[in-house]
Design a protein around this ligand. Structure first.
Ligand SMILES: Cc1cc2nc3c(=O)[nH]c(=O)nc-3n(C[C@H](O)[C@H](O)[C@H](O)COP(=O)(O)OP(=O)(O)OC[C@H]3O[C@@H](n4cnc5c(N)ncnc54)[C@H](O)[C@@H]3O)c2cc1C
Length: 265
């Protein structure tokens, strides 16, 4: 087997406090908002780097999104990934999860010789959690979802994953190639390596592919390839909050608090 090759799919998302939706188009407003790498995707990157630390191999980063994503994609490169691919084209815009997974799957096919794809468990903006399973479906390969830990057996060509559940964990084993989704906060992502950072931020480090560069059907990408219709948008009702200041000595306050809590039960 050649070098074990992992593709990590990452998405750049608006910072949670800046998420807003255009009421006309029902799409996220991305212009002028501060962004970050989707937090669970940092766990996906770390999961891949741990496997590379242990077994060698190479890591490619793949993202679909507008050109400004490029600046953020250098971060995993400075953490220890090897290549970056950004699929960016106006024709990819307006994609729902079906079109997104189709497009990313074609990107993965073009990257080629992939043994494992690692995603975050869900994005902080779309939050469907459909992309990992969708990728496995388009690629016709196995999946290990919501994993806390993943290991590989290069001889047996299998991936083993552990998912914590209430009162224990489930262990799963599937042959390569496999799509894995990393549980949020399943590990502690490392910092950028400041000796690699200058290299990661050099010109020409990112391969950008438009729709013409990959073998995609026009009616499967972007809006034409997206059967999902966002039919409405509503503000969740605010919860009524009651604030009360307790006065007195610490003992009196504790006594009052105890009575309030008993009443609330
Ligand atoms: C009608 C419609 C139109 C939309 N138009 C747009 C649009 O114009 N622009 C836009 O940005 N979004 C658009 N979206 C949102 C878009 O569908 C989702 O962002 C995308 O499909 C991913 O879904 P998710 O965020 O729920 O990912 P999840 O399934 O929750 O994400 C899980 C994991 O998949 C991976 N992943 C997800 N998205 C990407 C990506 N783009 N690149 C690489 N890895 C990824 C990450 O590892 C992530 O942690 C639209 C959605 C709808 C329904």
């Amino acid at each position: 087997m050649d070098k074990f090759h992992i593709v990590v799919c990452i998405k750049v998302v608006p910072k949670p406090e800046e998420i807003a939706v255009d009421k006309e188009t029902m799409l996220l407003i991305r212009d002028g908002v501060r962004s970050e790498i989707n937090p669970p995707d940092m766990n996906a990157i770390e999961m891949a780097l741990k496997l590379k630390d242990k077994y060698g191999g190479k890591i490619s980063i793949l993202s679909m999104g507008p050109p400004f994503f490029a600046d953020y994609l250098r971060v995993p490169l400075a953490m220890g990934a090897d290549h970056i691919y950004l699929m960016s084209d106006r024709n990819f815009g307006g994609a729902d999860t079906l079109a997104t997974t189709y497009t990313l799957a074609e990107g993965i096919r073009k990257i080629g010789d992939v043994d494992m794809v690692i995603c975050g468990e869900e994005s902080s903006d779309g939050a469907t959690g459909q992309v990992p399973a969708g990728l496995a479906e388009w690629l016709g390969i196995n999946q290990l979802t919501q994993m806390d830990e993943v290991d590989i057996d290069l001889r047996g060509k299998v991936a083993r994953g552990k998912r914590e559940i209430a009162g224990g964990h489930i262990s799963l084993e599937v042959p390569f190639p496999v799509v894995v989704s990393a549980k949020t906060a399943s590990n502690e992502p490392r910092f950028m390596d400041y000796t690699i950072k200058p290299w990661a931020f050099e010109e020409g480090r990112i391969t950008v592919w438009g729709a013409e560069d990959v073998e995609v059907e026009d009616d499967h990408i972007g809006l034409p390839g997206s059967p999902t219709i966002v039919s409405g948008l509503e503000q969740a009702p605010e919860r009524a909050r009651k604030r009360q200041f307790l006065e007195g000595s610490p003992e009196e306050i504790a006594d009052q608090l105890g009575k309030i809590l008993v009443q609330a039960l």
